[in-house]
Ligand binder design. Sequence first.
Ligand code: ATP
Ligand code: MG
Length: 420
Amino acid sequence: MSTFKAPKGTYDLLPPDSAKFLAVREAIAAPLRGSGYGYIETPGFENVELFARGVGESTDIVTKEMYAFETKGGDRLALRPEGTASVLRAALEANLHKTGNLPVKLWYSGSYYRYERPQKGRYRHFSQVGAEAIGAEDPALDAELIILADQAYRSLGLRNFRILLNSLGDKECRPVYREALQTFLRGLDLDEDTLRRAEINPLRVLDDKRESVQKQLGGAPLLRDYLCDACKAYHEEVRELVTAAGVVFEDDPKLVRGLDYYTRTTFEFVHDGLGSQSAVGGGGRYDGLSEMIGGPALPSVGWALGVDRTVLALEAEGVELELPATTSVFAVPLGDEARRVLFAKVTELRKNGVAADFAFGGKGLKAAMKAANRSGARYALVLGERDIEQGVVQLKDMESGEQTAVGMNEIVAELESRLG
Ligand code: ATP
Ligand code: MG
């Protein structure tokens, strides 16, 4: 063991478990790719101001969780804590919104960083797949994203997740609600920090996870009683479209999210097998974000799904993903001449699309067959001196144990046909 360990709050993805992460990313991306979303990749760090303005000065993400630093050149940067602000920044910078083809639909996948208290399902480095639809105000777009996330989770075999839905109103009705909520919160028995939060961002108090706070919020005014007619109609249409798609959701009038940019539609995907880190993904509409970061008005909607927690959710439900075997054929050479011949065959198999591996390191027959077993390969190819003389190779079916000699020139075609 080396003297170094993975930093606190991080972990390494190692085979064979790492295959699950790839499969989860792929399962989330597939419905997006099939729905007009183009892939975007942005840097792992951004100007710190982008997040301060975009995510919100008073949010936990910006005040406590951001890895901000100054470079040797004096730039103030931060490791990205989330994806939306970066994606919007990139889209604006490249003028994607001016191509006359709105909404701009983008998806991404990558690492995010938050200085959090590490717990199961809460890490300092984690991974998300996200989607953003920029520049259109259309309830069908909100519905599309909710439906696609549902489809992604279901394609993985997840069942015990719930979709929580709410509307946060817009710049017309939210300020009125904000006032009402603030008045209510001022009358509660709250600690100083929470009271301060109630002044800066009262909606966030609704999201306080502490029992002592939650039990005082029973009589809090609810946003849905304050929504303006436009927001009400918009929300009703989102609900109808999602329902018509056969996707079940729960109205959660207290749902708010930990980022300041959300307006109108807000949703969260929660899994009941994860204990307190129950959110596997979340998102919503962010009609004001573009202007907050210096762009034009671009109503938009998006989500980000956590890959780490989705994997935990699969484990909690006991879902075994059908992962394709990584190696189909494992080659075992006996002797130097066999090594050369068989290595060339392995290369040929690979070029023909057959996943093949080789007993490296000059192993003896016993150790090499053990390696073949461990690889999960369906077939082993064994080549000895006498086989070379006879122009054949031994093809061993690892399931039945049956072994047959196949002509050296026929083996690639034989394996291709056997592996279908
Ligand atoms: P939470 O309420 O659990 O802190 P959040 O609201 O901060 O979550 P978002 O910013 O909406 O989370 O991120 C979307 C998803 O990314 C979450 O639902 C979760 O699956 C995942 N995620 C967020 N923070 C972490 C983390 N520190 N470790 C692992 N996954 C995370
Ligand atoms: Mg959080």
